[in-house]
Design a protein around this ligand. Structure first.
Ligand code: TRP
Length: 338
C-alpha cells in the first residue's frame, strides 16, 4: 500500500553527545511525529563540516548520534533514519539549487552572520568558508529532495525554511510545479536555558557545564542541577529565569504532580530551592536511566547497527535518486543511465 501520510523531514547535526536541550527541544517531538507522519530523519554530517571541526571525530560522532537517536525512541521500523553524506545526491541537488539562489538572499541569513562572527570561526587558522555561506542551500536540498511537506524545526531555523520555500518557488516558476513548498511544523517545545547561566540557551557550544548530557553519570547530573543558578541580585516579584527554567525542566520530565506541589509552595513563598533541584535531578536521572538501558540493549543485541544504518540510507537514496533524475531532466542535464 502506498504511504499516504504527509511527509516530514528533519535533520540534526552530529555532536559528541546529545543533551537534554536537544532532547526536549527536538528529538522528543521527532519520536511523537513518527506515529502520524511519514518521517525521514537525517544526521547531517555534511552540515557539520561548515564549522571548524576535528575530522577524526566526525565519523564516530555521526554514528553515535544515530544510536543516540534510536535510544531516544526514533524507530527504524517507523521512519527512515539515515546519514546525510551516504546520500551524495544531496550535494548534487545543492549545486543545482545554488543556481536558483541569489547571493543577496544568502547574505541576509542571520545564522550565517552569527556563525561567521563567532569566536571559533574567527580563531587564527580558521576561515569563513563558502560552505558556511551556502549551508542553507544544502538544507533546502535535504528537504526538497524528499518533497517533504513539513519540517519540524525551532524558531532559529525559520529563516532557512523561508529560503527553502523561495528556492522551490523560483524553481517551480522557471520549470513546472515540481517541488512541494515545505512548511515549518511548529510545536510547543520548552525553551531550556543553561543551568550555569540562565541568561543563555542550553547549548553545547557554551561548554559542558551549560548542558546536561543524556548519558551523563548520575552523580554528575545531580551535581550540575544542585549548582544551578537560581536567584541573582535582589529578590523581585517575578520568578527569576533560573528558577523558571528548573520548573520548565520538571514539567519536561513529566513530573506534573511534583511541578504542581512545588509551584504551590512557590506561590505561598515556601519553596526551598533545594527541594526543587532534588526533584529536577530525579526527573533527569530517571530519563537518563531509560536512555542508558535502551542504548545498552541496542548496542548489545544489534552488533550490525552500522549495517542497519547503511540499509536505511540506501532507502533514502532510492528516493533521492528518483528526484535527481527528474530534476536533471527539467534543468536540461543528461539523464544518467544508473
Ligand atoms: N540546520 C539545522 C540545524 O542546525 C539542521 C538541518 C540540516 C535541518 N538540514 C535540515 C533541519 C533539514 C531541518 C531540515 O538545526
Amino acid at each position: 500500500m502506498k504511504n499516504t501520510r504527509p511527509r516530514v523531514f528533519s535533520g540534526i547535526q552530529p555532536t559528541s553527545e546529545m543533551h537534554f536541550g536537544n532532547y526536549f527541544g527536538a528529538i522528543k517531538n521527532w519520536v511523537e511525529l513518527q506515529e502520524k507522519y511519514e518521517c525521514i530523519y537525517s544526521v547531517v554530517d555534511y552540515h557539520a563540516m561548515t564549522m571548524p571541526y576535528i575530522p577524526g571525530e566526525l565519523q564516530s560522532n555521526t554514528m553515535n548520534m544515530v544510536i543516540d537517536l534510536m535510544a531516544c525512541g526514533v524507530d527504524p521500523e517507523k521512519c527512515v533514519l539515515f546519514i546525510q553524506s551516504l546520500v551524495p545526491e544531496h550535494t548534487e541537488l545543492t549545486w543545482i539549487l545554488s543556481c536558483y539562489t541569489s547571493y543577496g538572499e544568502l547574505q541576509r541569513m542571520t545564522q550565517f552572520k552569527d556563525k561567521s562572527e563567532s569566536e571559533k570561526v574567527q580563531e587564527k587558522g580558521n576561515i569563513v568558508s563558502t560552505g558556511l555561506f551556502t549551508y542553507p542551500i544544502l538544507q533546502a536540498a535535504d528537504i526538497l529532495i524528499y518533497k517533504a511537506e513539513y519540517v519540524p524545526v525551532g524558531k532559529d531555523q525559520e529563516q532557512h525554511l523561508e529560503l527553502s520555500r523561495n528556492i522551490a518557488n523560483r524553481f517551480n516558476g522557471r520549470h513546472e510545479i515540481y517541488f512541494k513548498e515545505p512548511r515549518v511544523l511548529l510545536t510547543e517545545v520548552p525553551k531550556l536555558l543553561s543551568l550555569a547561566d540562565p541568561a543563555k540557551k542550553m547549548s553545547k557550544s557554551l561548554g559542558d557545564q551549560h548542558v546536561v548530557r543524556l548519558f551523563e553519570p548520575e552523580a554528575s547530573i545531580r551535581k550540575k542541577v544542585k549548582s544551578a543558578v537560581t536567584d541573582i541580585g535582589p529578590k523581585t516579584d517575578t520568578m527569576s529565569p533560573g528558577v523558571a527554567n528548573l520548573f520548565e525542566l520538571l514539567k519536561a520530565c513529566g513530573k506534573m504532580d511534583e511541578h504542581k506541589a512545588l509551584m504551590e509552595d512557590y506561590n505561598a513563598g515556601l519553596l526551598k530551592y533545594s527541594a526543587l533541584k532534588e526533584n529536577v535531578a530525579n526527573g533527569l536521572v530517571d530519563l537518563s536511566k531509560q536512555f542508558i538501558d535502551r542504548k545498552a540493549a541496542l548496542t548489545e543485541s544489534n552488533r550490525d547497527i552500522e549495517e542497519q544504518v547503511h540499509a536505511m540510507s540506501d532507502k533514502a537514496r532510492a528516493i533521492a535518486k528518483e528526484t535527481i533524475r527528474e530534476v536533471r531532466d527539467l534543468v536540461g542535464l543528461p539523464v544518467r543511465r544508473h
